[in-house]
Design a protein around this ligand. Structure first.
Ligand code: GDP
Length: 325
């Protein structure tokens, strides 16, 4: 393990946009070591006044929809505007399967070499709640390091979309034409969360089908009640291969910022996200404390068989476990 720096060195390095120090600061906040926590906290508090300035974009879609190819091209577009972009990932699969849907392949190779871009994989060995906290803190570090656009990517297969929605300003859903919602595993709730839907791979023989799909989704979105942001999610088609639709999408994101900043939703949303962050952290710590408690551990071991075979009511066992805590 690399020796830790002191809080001042992390702070100065991050604020100076030093990528090596930024990476080391992220490693510090991702650390599971108790000894690292006060230092991580201090660094985060030091950089806090320099955070909040980025456009936070969440991107989701099923494996194979074209997320990494899209982000590669989108990142190229944004950096061509001379803006710095950071790409973070929330990968819910790594904790379940040890492997990872998102991390195993070589991804975004060009963007990885772009001096205006920074790519950081999902924190490992964490619960989804843990990944969420670390990613939020990483957003702050990247903002302090001068990144103006932060993309948080996740696979659209479970709860991680909600997690990413809750830490971003703009949530983009990538969809395939002709695959059908069910086939794509996209639940209604996810469409409802989207600030825009982009039908990917709208190139070659797929152009007409993509346009039709865009119309279908646009009609479907009209059925959802407004979400209070004053924004109506547009549906567009794009192709990472032909690099079409990317500039349109960027315009949509800018427009979304403009509209929501003007009508107050932007600030309200970020304030609510901060509150949600605090509460979810409290829940996480309480849960960890509970399950790490020796009495609880012993009690659970002693009662599990009885709960499994149905001779003790699960609710009764839970109440008693809470009582021994
Ligand atoms: P992810 O799993 O969502 O990150 O998807 P990938 O970016 O890895 O893309 C999955 C496959 O779709 C790859 O074989 C890509 O080459 C292909 N693909 C991605 N974007 C496009 C596109 O715009 N047009 C076409 N025709 N293929 C694409």
């Amino acid at each position: 393990m690399l020796k830790r720096l002191d809080a001042d060195a992390y702070t100065k390095g991050v604020l100076g946009g030093d990528r090596v120090v930024l990476s080391r600061a992220i490693t510090l906040i991702e650390s599971h070591l108790e000894a690292d926590k006060p230092l991580a906290q201090e660094v985060l508090e030091n950089i806090l006044p320099h955070t909040g300035g980025s456009v936070r974009v969440g991107i989701t879609g099923v494996p194979g929809v074209g997320k990494s190819t899209f982000i590669e091209v989108f990142g190229g577009f944004v950096t061509a505007l001379n803006k710095k972009i950071a790409v973070l990932a929330v990968d819910p699969t790594s904790q379940l399967t040890k492997g990872s849907i998102m991390g195993d392949k070589t991804r975004m190779e060009q963007l990885a070499h772009n001096p205006l871009a920074y790519i950081r994989p999902s924190p490992s060995r964490q619960t989804l709640g843990g990944v969420a906290h670390k990613t939020r803190e990483t957003i702050l570090l990247c903002e302090a390091a001068g990144f103006e656009v932060i993309v948080v990517e996740t696979v659209g297969v479970g709860q991680s979309e909600t997690v990413v929605k809750n830490m971003t300003d703009f949530f983009l859903l990538l969809m395939l034409a002709g695959a059908g919602d069910e086939l794509q595993g996209i639940k209604r709730g996810i469409m409802e969360m989207a600030d825009a839907i982009a039908i990917t791979k709208a190139d070659g023989n797929n152009v007409a089908a993509s346009k039709l799909a865009a119309l279908d989704y646009q009609n479907a979105l009209h059925l959802y009640p407004p979400n209070g942001s004053g924004w109506f999610a547009p549906v567009l088609t794009c192709s990472a291969v032909n690099q079409t639709g990317i500039a349109d999408l960027w315009k949509i994101i800018e427009k979304h910022q403009e509209v929501t900043k003007e009508n107050g939703f932007y600030d309200r949303n970020r304030q609510n996200q901060n509150l949600e962050w605090m509460h979810s952290h409290i829940k996480q710590v309480l849960e960890d404390r509970f399950y790490e408690n020796k009495n609880v551990k012993n009690w659970l071991i002693s009662i599990e068989n009885a709960v499994r075979d149905g001779s003790v009511l699960p609710l009764r066992a839970a109440i008693e476990a809470l009582a021994v805590c």
